[in-house]
Design a binder for this molecule. Structure first.
Ligand SMILES: Nc1ncnc2c1ncn2[C@@H]1O[C@H](COP(=O)(O)OP(=O)(O)OP(=O)(O)O)[C@@H](O)[C@H]1O
Length: 225
Protein backbone atom coordinates (compact mmCIF):
# COMPACT_ATOMS: atom_id res chain seq x y z
CA UNK A 1 0.00 0.00 0.00
CA UNK A 2 1.38 3.43 -0.91
CA UNK A 3 1.70 6.19 1.71
CA UNK A 4 -0.33 8.61 -0.40
CA UNK A 5 -3.95 9.44 0.38
CA UNK A 6 -6.52 6.67 -0.05
CA UNK A 7 -8.77 9.20 -1.71
CA UNK A 8 -8.10 12.60 -3.20
CA UNK A 9 -10.88 14.76 -4.60
CA UNK A 10 -9.96 17.76 -6.68
CA UNK A 11 -12.65 20.30 -7.65
CA UNK A 12 -15.36 17.64 -7.49
CA UNK A 13 -18.63 19.06 -8.80
CA UNK A 14 -22.10 17.69 -9.50
CA UNK A 15 -25.25 19.39 -10.76
CA UNK A 16 -28.72 17.99 -11.35
CA UNK A 17 -31.36 19.25 -13.77
CA UNK A 18 -34.81 19.19 -12.25
CA UNK A 19 -37.86 20.61 -14.02
CA UNK A 20 -35.71 22.84 -16.23
CA UNK A 21 -33.81 24.14 -13.22
CA UNK A 22 -30.19 23.40 -12.44
CA UNK A 23 -29.14 22.58 -8.87
CA UNK A 24 -25.41 22.79 -8.16
CA UNK A 25 -25.15 20.27 -5.33
CA UNK A 26 -21.34 19.99 -5.19
CA UNK A 27 -19.47 23.06 -6.38
CA UNK A 28 -15.77 22.16 -6.21
CA UNK A 29 -14.87 19.85 -3.36
CA UNK A 30 -11.22 19.31 -2.45
CA UNK A 31 -10.54 16.56 0.08
CA UNK A 32 -7.76 14.09 0.86
CA UNK A 33 -8.06 11.23 3.32
CA UNK A 34 -4.90 9.60 4.67
CA UNK A 35 -4.57 5.82 5.17
CA UNK A 36 -6.33 4.86 8.41
CA UNK A 37 -7.97 8.25 8.88
CA UNK A 38 -11.65 8.37 9.88
CA UNK A 39 -13.42 11.46 8.59
CA UNK A 40 -16.95 12.56 9.49
CA UNK A 41 -18.89 14.26 6.70
CA UNK A 42 -21.43 16.55 8.37
CA UNK A 43 -24.17 18.49 6.67
CA UNK A 44 -27.90 19.05 6.92
CA UNK A 45 -30.38 17.00 4.93
CA UNK A 46 -30.09 17.80 1.23
CA UNK A 47 -26.59 19.28 1.49
CA UNK A 48 -25.15 16.62 -0.81
CA UNK A 49 -23.54 14.06 1.52
CA UNK A 50 -24.96 11.04 -0.32
CA UNK A 51 -24.11 12.60 -3.67
CA UNK A 52 -20.51 12.99 -2.51
CA UNK A 53 -20.30 9.40 -1.23
CA UNK A 54 -21.70 8.14 -4.52
CA UNK A 55 -18.96 10.02 -6.33
CA UNK A 56 -16.18 8.67 -4.12
CA UNK A 57 -17.72 5.18 -4.33
CA UNK A 58 -17.51 5.40 -8.13
CA UNK A 59 -21.17 4.43 -8.20
CA UNK A 60 -22.38 7.15 -10.53
CA UNK A 61 -21.12 9.20 -13.42
CA UNK A 62 -21.94 12.81 -14.22
CA UNK A 63 -19.29 14.33 -11.97
CA UNK A 64 -16.77 16.98 -12.87
CA UNK A 65 -13.32 17.16 -11.33
CA UNK A 66 -10.93 14.44 -10.31
CA UNK A 67 -11.43 11.41 -8.05
CA UNK A 68 -8.27 9.50 -7.18
CA UNK A 69 -8.54 6.25 -5.25
CA UNK A 70 -5.29 4.77 -3.91
CA UNK A 71 -3.38 6.98 -6.33
CA UNK A 72 -5.38 5.95 -9.41
CA UNK A 73 -7.33 8.59 -11.31
CA UNK A 74 -10.79 6.98 -11.50
CA UNK A 75 -12.16 9.76 -13.66
CA UNK A 76 -9.91 8.56 -16.48
CA UNK A 77 -11.00 4.90 -16.30
CA UNK A 78 -13.66 3.05 -18.32
CA UNK A 79 -16.58 1.55 -16.30
CA UNK A 80 -14.85 -1.86 -15.88
CA UNK A 81 -11.76 -0.13 -14.49
CA UNK A 82 -13.89 1.79 -11.99
CA UNK A 83 -15.64 -1.42 -10.92
CA UNK A 84 -12.28 -3.12 -10.36
CA UNK A 85 -11.01 -0.16 -8.34
CA UNK A 86 -14.19 -0.16 -6.26
CA UNK A 87 -13.99 -3.91 -5.57
CA UNK A 88 -10.34 -3.77 -4.65
CA UNK A 89 -10.28 -0.74 -2.38
CA UNK A 90 -13.76 0.25 -1.17
CA UNK A 91 -16.32 -1.02 1.31
CA UNK A 92 -19.84 0.37 1.77
CA UNK A 93 -22.25 0.69 4.68
CA UNK A 94 -25.67 2.24 4.11
CA UNK A 95 -28.39 3.48 6.44
CA UNK A 96 -30.44 0.35 5.69
CA UNK A 97 -28.49 -2.85 5.94
CA UNK A 98 -29.21 -4.27 2.44
CA UNK A 99 -28.26 -7.77 3.59
CA UNK A 100 -29.30 -10.74 1.46
CA UNK A 101 -32.51 -11.89 3.20
CA UNK A 102 -32.18 -15.58 2.32
CA UNK A 103 -28.67 -15.93 3.72
CA UNK A 104 -27.54 -15.95 7.32
CA UNK A 105 -25.14 -13.49 8.96
CA UNK A 106 -22.09 -15.63 8.25
CA UNK A 107 -23.04 -16.15 4.58
CA UNK A 108 -23.67 -12.44 4.11
CA UNK A 109 -20.06 -11.79 5.13
CA UNK A 110 -18.64 -14.80 3.25
CA UNK A 111 -20.28 -14.13 -0.14
CA UNK A 112 -18.46 -10.87 -1.02
CA UNK A 113 -15.17 -12.58 -0.17
CA UNK A 114 -15.96 -15.47 -2.55
CA UNK A 115 -16.80 -12.90 -5.24
CA UNK A 116 -13.38 -11.33 -4.59
CA UNK A 117 -11.75 -14.73 -5.22
CA UNK A 118 -11.03 -15.92 -1.66
CA UNK A 119 -11.44 -19.64 -0.90
CA UNK A 120 -14.41 -20.77 1.21
CA UNK A 121 -12.54 -21.97 4.34
CA UNK A 122 -10.52 -18.76 4.50
CA UNK A 123 -13.64 -16.63 3.90
CA UNK A 124 -15.51 -18.46 6.66
CA UNK A 125 -12.66 -18.01 9.09
CA UNK A 126 -12.52 -14.30 8.31
CA UNK A 127 -16.32 -13.99 8.70
CA UNK A 128 -16.17 -15.71 12.08
CA UNK A 129 -13.34 -13.46 13.22
CA UNK A 130 -14.99 -10.27 12.05
CA UNK A 131 -18.49 -11.09 13.33
CA UNK A 132 -16.96 -12.24 16.61
CA UNK A 133 -15.20 -8.90 17.03
CA UNK A 134 -18.57 -7.20 16.41
CA UNK A 135 -20.09 -9.22 19.25
CA UNK A 136 -22.10 -11.43 16.89
CA UNK A 137 -20.35 -14.74 17.50
CA UNK A 138 -23.66 -16.16 18.79
CA UNK A 139 -25.68 -14.94 15.78
CA UNK A 140 -23.75 -16.50 12.88
CA UNK A 141 -26.60 -18.65 11.60
CA UNK A 142 -29.38 -16.09 12.04
CA UNK A 143 -30.95 -14.62 8.94
CA UNK A 144 -31.41 -10.83 8.75
CA UNK A 145 -35.11 -11.12 9.70
CA UNK A 146 -34.07 -12.95 12.88
CA UNK A 147 -31.69 -10.17 13.94
CA UNK A 148 -32.37 -6.85 15.67
CA UNK A 149 -31.80 -3.58 13.77
CA UNK A 150 -28.48 -3.04 15.55
CA UNK A 151 -27.37 -6.61 14.82
CA UNK A 152 -28.35 -6.28 11.15
CA UNK A 153 -26.30 -3.13 10.88
CA UNK A 154 -23.32 -4.79 12.55
CA UNK A 155 -23.46 -7.61 9.98
CA UNK A 156 -23.53 -4.94 7.27
CA UNK A 157 -20.40 -3.41 8.85
CA UNK A 158 -18.73 -6.84 8.87
CA UNK A 159 -19.61 -7.33 5.22
CA UNK A 160 -18.15 -3.94 4.30
CA UNK A 161 -14.86 -4.73 6.05
CA UNK A 162 -14.59 -8.37 4.98
CA UNK A 163 -12.34 -7.75 2.00
CA UNK A 164 -10.04 -5.38 3.93
CA UNK A 165 -10.88 -2.25 1.96
CA UNK A 166 -8.52 0.70 2.25
CA UNK A 167 -11.52 3.01 2.52
CA UNK A 168 -14.98 2.43 3.98
CA UNK A 169 -17.77 4.72 2.81
CA UNK A 170 -20.65 4.91 5.24
CA UNK A 171 -23.86 6.86 4.60
CA UNK A 172 -25.67 7.47 7.91
CA UNK A 173 -24.60 3.99 9.10
CA UNK A 174 -26.53 4.32 12.37
CA UNK A 175 -29.24 6.69 11.15
CA UNK A 176 -31.90 4.01 11.36
CA UNK A 177 -31.20 3.04 14.98
CA UNK A 178 -32.28 4.48 18.32
CA UNK A 179 -29.71 6.67 20.06
CA UNK A 180 -28.41 4.05 22.47
CA UNK A 181 -28.04 1.35 19.80
CA UNK A 182 -26.53 3.89 17.37
CA UNK A 183 -23.83 4.67 19.94
CA UNK A 184 -22.97 1.01 20.45
CA UNK A 185 -22.93 0.19 16.74
CA UNK A 186 -20.87 3.28 15.90
CA UNK A 187 -18.36 2.45 18.61
CA UNK A 188 -18.00 -1.08 17.22
CA UNK A 189 -17.80 0.23 13.67
CA UNK A 190 -15.03 2.70 14.61
CA UNK A 191 -13.22 0.05 16.66
CA UNK A 192 -13.26 -2.41 13.78
CA UNK A 193 -12.23 0.18 11.18
CA UNK A 194 -9.35 1.31 13.44
CA UNK A 195 -8.32 -2.27 14.20
CA UNK A 196 -8.24 -3.09 10.51
CA UNK A 197 -6.32 0.09 9.67
CA UNK A 198 -8.89 1.16 7.08
CA UNK A 199 -9.77 4.77 6.42
CA UNK A 200 -13.41 5.85 6.46
CA UNK A 201 -15.64 8.65 5.25
CA UNK A 202 -18.82 8.66 7.31
CA UNK A 203 -21.80 10.87 6.41
CA UNK A 204 -23.93 11.87 9.36
CA UNK A 205 -26.23 14.63 10.66
CA UNK A 206 -25.10 13.87 14.16
CA UNK A 207 -22.49 16.26 15.65
CA UNK A 208 -22.03 14.10 18.71
CA UNK A 209 -21.19 10.96 16.71
CA UNK A 210 -19.02 13.01 14.34
CA UNK A 211 -16.98 14.15 17.34
CA UNK A 212 -15.79 10.56 17.87
CA UNK A 213 -13.98 10.52 14.52
CA UNK A 214 -10.48 11.78 13.67
CA UNK A 215 -11.60 14.78 11.63
CA UNK A 216 -14.85 16.52 10.78
CA UNK A 217 -15.57 18.19 7.44
CA UNK A 218 -18.80 20.09 6.78
CA UNK A 219 -20.71 20.42 3.54
CA UNK A 220 -22.20 23.86 3.16
CA UNK A 221 -23.66 25.24 -0.06
CA UNK A 222 -21.76 22.74 -2.16
CA UNK A 223 -18.36 23.30 -0.59
CA UNK A 224 -16.44 21.80 2.31
CA UNK A 225 -15.61 23.98 5.27
N1 LIG B 1 -30.76 12.05 -9.14
C1 LIG B 1 -31.08 13.29 -8.70
N2 LIG B 1 -31.79 14.13 -9.48
C2 LIG B 1 -32.09 15.38 -9.07
N3 LIG B 1 -31.71 15.89 -7.88
C3 LIG B 1 -30.99 15.11 -7.07
C4 LIG B 1 -30.65 13.77 -7.43
N4 LIG B 1 -29.92 13.22 -6.41
C5 LIG B 1 -29.86 14.17 -5.45
N5 LIG B 1 -30.49 15.30 -5.84
C6 LIG B 1 -30.59 16.55 -5.08
O1 LIG B 1 -29.31 16.87 -4.58
C7 LIG B 1 -29.37 17.42 -3.28
C8 LIG B 1 -28.47 16.63 -2.35
O2 LIG B 1 -28.99 15.32 -2.12
P1 LIG B 1 -28.22 14.26 -1.20
O3 LIG B 1 -29.07 13.05 -1.15
O4 LIG B 1 -26.83 14.11 -1.69
O5 LIG B 1 -28.21 15.03 0.20
P2 LIG B 1 -27.84 14.47 1.65
O6 LIG B 1 -26.99 15.51 2.30
O7 LIG B 1 -27.27 13.11 1.55
O8 LIG B 1 -29.25 14.43 2.33
P3 LIG B 1 -29.83 13.41 3.48
O9 LIG B 1 -29.04 13.73 4.72
O10 LIG B 1 -31.27 13.84 3.59
O11 LIG B 1 -29.65 12.03 2.98
C9 LIG B 1 -30.86 17.39 -2.88
O12 LIG B 1 -31.40 18.67 -3.10
C10 LIG B 1 -31.45 16.39 -3.85
O13 LIG B 1 -32.80 16.70 -4.11
Amino acid sequence: MSDGPVVRLTKLARSFEQGGERIDVLRGIDLSIAPGEIVALLGPSGSGKSTMLQAVGLLEGGFKGKIEIAGVDASALPPEGRTALRREHLGFVYQFHHLLPDFNAMENVVIPQLVAGRGKPEAEERAREILGSLGLGHRLTHRPSQLSGGEQQRVAVGRALANRPQLVLADEPTGNLDEHTADIVLEQFLGLVRGEGSAALVATHNERLAGRMDRVVRLHEGLLE
